[in-house]
Each structure stands twice: as structure tokens, then as C-alpha cells.
Design a protein around this ligand. Structure first.
Ligand code: CA
Ligand code: CA
Length: 188
């Protein structure tokens, strides 16, 4: 009697295997979906991180560019002011663009066209008293040209002779600021 109702071991394994197989089949779509979701989330997260990093980098570049423009403006304005403080004519006689004989350094320049050809390379920038400028300005280079010529200001009936002073500030070879002022020749 006991033999009639005993479940064959292979049938028990078969049932168990069937149940397990069904469970696996039911579970597989859920795992596959989770895996796809995980991959999608990773991709979205990666793009988000890249986008945020790019935005931060761009913001930092804009902030640095704005700071560099302020420094370049300071350098151009201060040097232009120094040039324009000098007399138009050389007190010792005729003048040509650039320093006259004996005007060996900036402290000896005695009229504004002495600054023609002036160049301060990066790392050598000083103020009018030849005191080194702060470190944040030392990466720039600045130069001056002074050109004689005539300019006809708006509303004037005729051109006016004078000198055009141009101060240029460069950073790594790139012009950051170019400042130009015209100084009319004083009446003789
Ligand atoms: Ca001079
Ligand atoms: Ca001169």
C-alpha cells in the first residue's frame, strides 16, 4: 500500500524543478527590467555629471576671463595715465617717437612720445615708481605706441595735429585691452 502512494523521487525532483523553472521565468523579466533601469539610470547620471561638470568649468572660465579683463583694464588705464601726465614736448628740445639720447629708462622720460615702443614683458611689470605690481598682474604684457598725426574731432571744422597714444595689454599673446587717446598739439 505504501508503494502505491509514494511519490517517485524523480517526479518530486521534476515538480521541484518545474516550480523552480517557473519561478526563474517569472523572476527573469523583473531582473532584466531592473538591469535595464539600472543601466539607463547610470547613463542618465553620467550625462548629468558631464553636463554639470561642463557648466561648472564654463562658469569658472567666465569668472577667470572677467577677472583677467579687470586686471588688463587696470594695467592699461594706469599706464595711459602715466603717459598722459608727461608734457607734449620735450623740455630739452626737439623730440622723436621713443626716448631721446640720455633717456635710458622710464624714470627719465620727459615727454609723452618717449613711451613709443615701450614694452613690459610678463613678470617685469612695475608702476610709475618702478615698484613691482602684485603677482596677479605679472602674467600680462603691456606696450605703448605714440603716433603723430591729425585727427578731426566731431564738430570741429578742421583736423587737429597731435599724438595718438595706444596702450595694449596682452595675455599669452592675446590682446585683452587696447586703449587709445588723442593728445592735441599745444598751440605754439
Ligand atoms: Ca624726451
Ligand atoms: Ca621722444
Amino acid at each position: 500500500m505504501a508503494e502505491r502512494y509514494r511519490t517517485p523521487p524523480c517526479a518530486a525532483r521534476s515538480f521541484a524543478a518545474t516550480v523552480l523553472s517557473r519561478a526563474v521565468r517569472r523572476a527573469q523579466p523583473a531582473r532584466a527590467f531592473s538591469l535595464v533601469e539600472g543601466l539607463m539610470a547610470s547613463v542618465v547620471l553620467s550625462f548629468s555629471v558631464i553636463a554639470i561638470s561642463a557648466a561648472l568649468t564654463l562658469g569658472q572660465q567666465h569668472a577667470l576671463e572677467a577677472a583677467n579683463m579687470r586686471y588688463a583694464d587696470d594695467l592699461a588705464e594706469s599706464l595711459m595715465e602715466e603717459v598722459l601726465c608727461l608734457p607734449y614736448d620735450d623740455p630739452n628740445g626737439p623730440t622723436l617717437p621713443g626716448p631721446e639720447s640720455g633717456e635710458l629708462n622710464r624714470g627719465q622720460f620727459d615727454n609723452l612720445d618717449d613711451f613709443h615702443g615701450w614694452l613690459e614683458r610678463a613678470g617685469t611689470l612695475t608702476d610709475a615708481t618702478r615698484t613691482a605690481l602684485p603677482a596677479e598682474y605679472q602674467k600680462f604684457e603691456r606696450s605703448v605706441t605714440v603716433a603723430a598725426g591729425q585727427v578731426r574731432p566731431t564738430g570741429f571744422p578742421a583736423a587737429v595735429p597731435g599724438q595718438t597714444v595706444t596702450v595694449t595689454v596682452n595675455l599669452s599673446g592675446r590682446a585683452m585691452v587696447e586703449l587709445t587717446r588723442f593728445v592735441a598739439q599745444p598751440p605754439s
